[in-house]
Design a protein around this ligand. Sequence first.
Ligand code: TPP
Ligand code: SF4
Ligand code: MG
Length: 315
Amino acid sequence: MSVSTVESPGSKTAIAVTPPAPATSERKGLTKKEIAADHPTWCPGCGDFSVLALYFKLIEKRKLEHEKITTVAGIGCSSRFPYFVQAHGVHYIHGRALALASGISLSRPDLHPFVFGGDGDAFSIGGNHFTHTARKNINLTYVVMDNWVYGLTKKQTSPTSPLGFKSKTDGWGAVDYPINPMKQAIAAGATFVARTTHTNPKHVLDMMEAAIDHDGFSFIECLSECVEFYEGAFDASNPRKGGEFITVPSDHDVRDEMAAYKLADMPFPGYFGIFYQASKPSKNTKEAEIIANAREKVKGLEDWQILQKTFDRLK
Ligand SMILES: Cc1ncc(C[n+]2csc(CCOP(=O)(O)OP(=O)(O)O)c2C)c(N)n1
Ligand code: SF4
Ligand SMILES: [Mg+2]
């Protein structure tokens, strides 16, 4: 409904009320052109381009509404992601993207935040946030663009770098045992754990679609090659480079945690697909129940009256 003032003869101002416009037909989905912001500043050939293109595809295919798209990232080449998406997004503190996204998810249950970041962001500085967001089963999707190296800071060993990798921090070759993101996610309590690679676009989109449909914390490890500091790292998983892309066996039961762990234990290139999926109430659901119960107890009161009661109790 719109209200406007009009001059009428012999009187002061009359108010004209326009009746509400009839409900419009279904909203048109966004196009890639509408959702793409700046030209990505990644090196030509970087795997991250492909992940961004598939996020755009997801938005187009699922007709996500502009105001519902929320993209969060930490710091790193991969974490520049939200700059390139013309929608709400935050380029946040190194390793803290999940903490911020958890707040967004819990306070706005109508949103499904997508968090993007690198292996350093996720498993070094952000290691504890990863564990706790997973165990709390907070409703969001976390895509770790794993390139086995710190790209932005120009080639330091990351927690996923393989033994022997020569970097600026390990000139003699990495000596620390790498972490296995899939095992880490399963053990931490993530309720959706999948693995994909930027060289198989259809598969990346399938994993993103399955993740957005999951109620709870969904984690996707997406191999994304850093052509500048770790060229060829994932050739063994790329059939175009003589490697093998093997999907999770069709008889694998995604509810079987031990079976998922065994898949995750395979040496590189391993399997691709959904390793584990469990149906458990998310923290969002549990908090919504607590809020509904609390509201029931103060039914009929205005918000200010509820607050006044709290102040009175504190006296
Ligand atoms: C608190 C803090 N410590 C360290 C840094 C420096 N730093 C920025 S990005 C980064 C690692 C990036 O690696 P990764 O997360 O794997 O992302 P990539 O660049 O490989 O995509 C580091 C150590 C920082 N920005 N803030
Ligand atoms: S340094 Fe590596 S990860 Fe960063 S933009 Fe270049 S290719 Fe991509
Ligand atoms: Mg990295």
